[in-house]
Design a protein around this ligand. Sequence first.
Ligand code: FAD
Ligand code: SF4
Length: 510
Amino acid sequence: MKKLRLILGDQLNSEHSWFSNIDDHVTYCLFEMRQETDYITHHIQKVVGFFAAMRNFAEELKDKKHNVIYFHINDTKNTQSLVENLSTLITENNIEKFEYLAPDEYRLDTQLKDFSSSLEIESEIFSTEHFYTEREDLKVFFKGKKQFLMENFYRNMRKKHQILMVDKQPEGGKWNYDASNRKKWKGDALIPQEINFDTNVEEIIAEIAKAGIQTIGKINPKYFEYPISRKQSLAQLDYFCSHLLIHFGDYQDAMHTDKIYLFHSRISFAMNTKMISPKEIITKVLETYRKQKDNIDISQVEGFIRQILGWREYMRGMYWMLMPNYKKENFLENKNTLPNFFWTGETKMNCLKNAINNSLDNGYAHHIQRLMITGNFALLTQIHPDEIDAWYLGIYVDAIEWVQLPNTRGMSQFADGGKIATKPYVSSGSYIGKMSNYCDACAYKKTKKFEDDACPFNTLYWNFLDEKQEKLASNFRMKMMYSLLNKMSSEDRIKIKEKANHIIEHLDEY
Ligand code: FAD
Ligand code: SF4
């Protein structure tokens, strides 16, 4: 039976069982398409990364003697539409069965389900064999529960997969070392030169320009930094284990003007395109820990494993549990517009300038920059979640909707009313000052509130609590902040409102 098997750009799993046999009746197809480059404006490094990784993957399959059809972005045969490309190949090649891997994105899942049911030939969907969990697992795990706590899911995953467990107890005696993951980086722990692959991507950039694809951000055409093959992905993992794991947990939440990546792994692009699997990563991290127990503390290892075994799998499960309505949630009824400086980095607020410029320059910001700088500011200024989603989905090389949406709309913007985060992640300037050196060289002063040079976060924070009191005051975790707010004098509350309103109305002047 002649089969056509589709591989999407984020399904580059060379270890998949599909590839264990060479079968002359099977043809694999991969397409670079405007459908995918244009549904949002992506960072140039994201488009380049995807195309480069897809091309490498197709070449590897061909080298192993699989039949592969690959449409480059400017190929004349390429209709730029997934459905049309597939239909043409099915007809031209007398295909008798269509097979595809379960998309992680709702949009593509719907499109491929509809396409399959419109076909006259047989079709079948297969697992990507990438995640620890299946799509529907969280729905089952949280059935009948009012709260969907990540921590409960994470502990269950540790037990189920016997990761960092001794019998039925957590290794080291604690489930979670979050409290020891909050050090400020002051230059004490040395950060080695980051691993870069320096791939020349001039040709791909020229093809993207020729196609007329709109992108954001910068790229160095001669030195592309992210892994674009399985070999490079494995090298990135090795590098992390040998040089960065040792301090990962300690400085996980730290931010610094001179160090963009600190001890973060930068493995998300490789993992989200499935060039490397979460299991491989966790296995290697555990192996490193076992060999170097005298050097590496369990808090570093648990902190890292929690991100992948816990947060990553949890976000995916929540996405599939809550879509499609999740994409429309706006619990706090925010409706403002993102300031222009999110696309230029031109602001006097040093924390935002750094986080946004890192994002524009590298398609990267680490978790705390995304959550407590850009996300925090967007929430405090009450930006509409649709605008925030579009920015996050476009700007990061690792941004794919299944992981971006629950992180942004849920975790960061509390637009789901608390399904993912138990309280809104908002802070005044003091948290940012505690976790970074941003405030040292800022035009604003983190200790001031009302003066012209007062840190904007300080009034925005209290104004946000004030404005959203009706929606948030009953939240147990917000009780203390509301009791402080309600003890403030009415004059101070008026001054806060005036200052915050001025900031919100003149965002691009700050
Ligand atoms: P490390 O800090 O080294 O962590 C290791 C791995 O853990 C990451 O590669 C990632 O796969 C996983 N991880 C860590 N935190 C999370 C999380 N909250 N959710 C899921 N996985 C996690 N991650 C994405 O992959 N794509 C996104 O589009 C994305 N959008 C985000 C938006 C917001 C508002 C926030 C707060 C977080 C977002 N994250 C996203 C999670 C996290 O910021 C990135 O995974 C991480 O910064 C990637 O860099 P790294 O590989 O160096 O991560
Ligand atoms: Fe950001 Fe305020 Fe610190 Fe400036 S003073 S870096 S605006 S937190």
